[in-house]
Ligand binder design. Structure first.
Ligand code: NAD
Length: 458
């Protein structure tokens, strides 16, 4: 195996890696590479985060991450540092995995990317050996060419292709299953300005995946950046479409969106994934990438009607859930409502853009006193005013007049109808995620759900 120009890339030796940005993407990928024998150094600007990670405690919940992290630290394959210079000197390849949140105008805020690229560039100016820089954060088409490359060149005083090579390699992992997906990615997209850079990255993946490469697509930097945006936009539109169909089903007696989704999902051209109705998509990716692409299109003079519509459906979806509560309780002032779940989906403690959080805010704005519970989100002071955080499901349900299932945590399936009837002041359940068996539940309590016309107790 040959990695052109990389010192530690002689046959049989794994190149040494550095990861900049130890969030969901960076930490999961870094630890997975370390678990396969790569020497990895992780860098972050958040010193508290580094301290936690160095003690084997991931700063967020991601299934299996803690185990892999502790193992990687124990094997000495993984260490952390705040020192960019050290990380660049002691690695051959740097992956950039910092955040690219939405700016207030919907565009991607590149401040973290610019900052890290500048510091990497400065450190490269003092390095003799050639380095490979791989950007993995989500960026708009043109960013690698117009922002990252010139910054690296000016700070390192080296030309791309001579002092360093540069690739874009978008990350497609899903929180909640990030470790499994990092260990076995279902495809690799590599964007670069020349073949040598993409070949060098591919050679690293060959070592990492033990030659079991998934389908690989090497393309231009701009196309690879667009693939990432288009990918998330496609998923966002699909979710908004199923939610719009769900909203229509809820107005037509005899239709249930779950049956409709099952039927259309049987069409091989459509497939059954990403057809779950709910309170809308959230998290750090789909909303911001959809808005990033809308912003980019508008900058170019095109207002994309379908993408705008998908965004609009999504931003109204939490209100649809609150309307179901109003249909049952009428005026919400001083009504006690239990909300189960806060994270944007099950399997993560991430509440960024979470529809569950929006549901709590809307209920509270309407004067309800809200009790919330989430098995993984423990953030005291998250809500001001009339919102209390319950330590258990039972405490959350106590004396509530309505319960809203806002996140599809499987543990909520353990809730017994008898508990709902015993603990709640009035047993009424809104299943925004379609977790429960609607026919069964509606036998025993007032029940409403996304994409189902109102069910009367039988
Ligand atoms: N979260 C996901 O599921 C996911 C999936 C695919 C792609 N992405 C993309 O990957 C990128 C990272 O996402 P994330 O969710 O891991 O972000 P995150 O916000 O969880 O983590 C970013 C990390 O970067 C650190 N950081 C910021 N500036 C830094 C600097 N100058 N040097 C070193 N570290 C720095 C932060 O302290 C933080 O720990 C984003 O562009 C995102 O869109 C995310």
């Amino acid at each position: 195996m040959h990695f052109d120009g990389l010192k530690h890339s002689v046959s049989g030796v794994h190149p040494r890696l550095s990861f900049f940005g130890l969030g969901y993407v960076g930490l999961c990928s870094a630890v997975c590479f370390a678990s396969r024998g790569f020497r990895v150094i992780g860098v972050d600007v958040d010193k508290d985060r580094l301290k936690e990670i160095a003690h084997g405690r991931p700063p967020f919940f991601e299934p299996k991450l803690s185990w892999h992290l502790q193992r990687a630290l124990k094997s000495s394959c993984f260490r952390v540092s705040p020192d960019t210079k050290l990380a660049i000197q002691s690695s051959d390849v740097s992956f950039i995995t910092v955040g690219t949140p939405s700016a207030s105008d919907g565009s991607a805020d590149l401040s973290q990317v610019k900052r890290v690229v500048k510091t990497i560039g400065r450190s490269l100016s003092r390095k003799e050996d050639k380095h490979l820089v791989v950007l993995r954060s989500t960026i708009a088409p043109g960013t690698l060419r117009n922002v990252v490359k010139p910054l690296l060149e000016s700070m390192s005083h080296k030309n791309m292709g001579e002092g360093f090579d540069l690739c874009y390699n978008p990350e497609f992992l899903s929180q909640g299953v990030a470790v499994g997906q990092s260990l076995n990615p279902d495809r690799l997209i590599i964007g670069s300005f020349d073949k040598r850079a993409s070949e060098a990255l591919l050679a690293i993946y060959r070592k990492y995946l033990n030659d079991h490469l998934p389908p690989v697509f090497s393309t231009t930097a701009e196309a690879s950046e667009m693939i990432k945006y288009a990918n998330n936009t496609f998923l966002a539109v699909r979710i908004s479409l199923i939610n719009e169909l769900a909203n229509i089903c809820s107005l037509i007696p005899g239709t249930d969106i779950l049956d409709v989704a099952k039927g259309i999902g049987m069409d091989k051209r459509i497939g059954s994934r990403y057809l779950s109705p709910g309170p809308g998509f959230g998290g750090s990716c789909l909303p911001k990438d959809l808005n990033g692409l809308i912003h980019l299109a508008q900058e170019k003079g095109y207002s994309p009607p379908l993408l705008n519509a998908a965004d609009s459906v999504n931003s109204h979806q939490p209100e649809q859930v609150v309307n179901m509560v109003v249909d049952i309780l009428g005026d919400l002032r001083r009504k006690r409502i239990a909300v189960l779940g806060l994270s944007f989906k099950q399997g993560t403690d991430d509440i960024r853009e979470s529809p569950a959080v929006k549901i709590v805010q809307y209920l509270s704005e309407k004067g309800a006193s809200v009790a919330v519970h989430d098995p993984r989100v423990f953030k005291p002071g998250l809500f001001p005013g009339r919102v209390t955080v319950a330590a258990s499901v039972k405490e959350c349900l106590k004396d509530a007049e309505c319960c809203v299932l806002a996140t599809e945590w499987p543990e909520y399936l353990m809730i017994k109808v008898t508990d709902l009837r015993k603990l709640m002041k009035q047993p009424a359940l809104i299943d925004s995620r379609r977790l429960f068996d609607a026919r069964e539940m509606s036998k025993y309590l007032r029940f409403a759900a996304t994409g189902l016309s109102p069910v009367k107790p039988s």
